[in-house]
Design a protein around this ligand. Sequence first.
Ligand code: HEC
Ligand code: HEC
Length: 290
Amino acid sequence: MALKERDEFSGQVTTGHEWNGIKELNTPVPRLVWAFLGTMALFAVVWTILMPSWPGINGYFRGLLGADQHQSVELTLAQAAADQARWTERLVNEDLATLQADADIMAVVRQASSSLFIDNCAACHGVEATGNPGYPNIAEAPMMWGGDADTIAETIRVGINATHPETRFAQMLAFGRDQMLAGAEVTLLADYVASISHGPALPTEQRLAAEELFANNCAGCHGETAKGMVETGAPDLTDEYWTYAGDHAAIRRSIYNGRQGTMPAWEGRLSTAQIRMLALYVLDLRSATP
Ligand code: HEC
Ligand code: HEC
């Protein structure tokens, strides 16, 4: 097999391969690169004619299609502002229960409130709103002041033991320190509160004495069955949730020294729309917890 053999018909050099008498010509690859560059040049020329392109002295060539990025950014921003104004107006003016049932508005609430909550509330109530010692769990525990949307929005607006003129007052009295009860009575009541929340039950005689003390000193705020009263903001003492702690020593401290937790008022710091949005957000967290 000769190298550089020439094909007798075409005069082309062959590759030297042969299959049953058929030989392959060594034809160069077509020079596609010119076609490729040509297409790009053509595209570029057409593009500079259609789109904003060449700079001039008094501005630039705007292009035949009139495309304008500035304008489209402005339009998008105007659209977003209009959307926001529409949501804000609905949040301020519509009934919270109606808003709560509206999937569109709740999608906006979920998106916008989580950073609002983290920035303003999480330091005390925790990122998940499940509370910290001294700061109640507002994602799961029964609400001391009431759990409907309007009440929650009101609590956020005026705060608790805060500086707002309409603030809510939560005054758990210092029964031991202020000598309203003797030390032994405080201890007996701590035994009793521990027994009704997580047991074990007290012997009958102690229970009867404690029930009498409770009826005379505590029921006015916590209710006769110790289930809490939204009118006074006094919590349910029979459930597993504690703002402070549920061990005997902490319960005794609550009764001996009293407790006056402070929840800042948010009116003036957050807008009405933001406050109402946070109330919906808290309710949404609560409905998500089984
Ligand atoms: C400086 C700490 C602090 C911050 C910040 C704070 N809270 Fe509170 N919050 C409290 C305390 C303490 C209580 C409980 C007050 C009491 O003892 O009755 C409370 C109570 C509440 C309650 C009432 C709970 C109930 O059981 O009725 C709601 C609702 C609430 N907070 C929501 C919020 C929201 C929303 C924010 C953010 C805008 C926020 N809190 C920010 C400390 C805080
Ligand atoms: C004037 C109303 C009032 C009276 C009377 C009262 N409490 Fe309270 N109590 C409250 C309020 C309000 C809170 C919530 C305080 C806070 O979170 O800062 C509270 C909180 C508590 C707590 C802490 C609960 C927790 O979640 O950590 C205990 C325990 C408690 N009370 C027991 C008693 C007992 C026992 C008596 C009777 C000797 C009593 N309280 C009488 C209003 C009252």
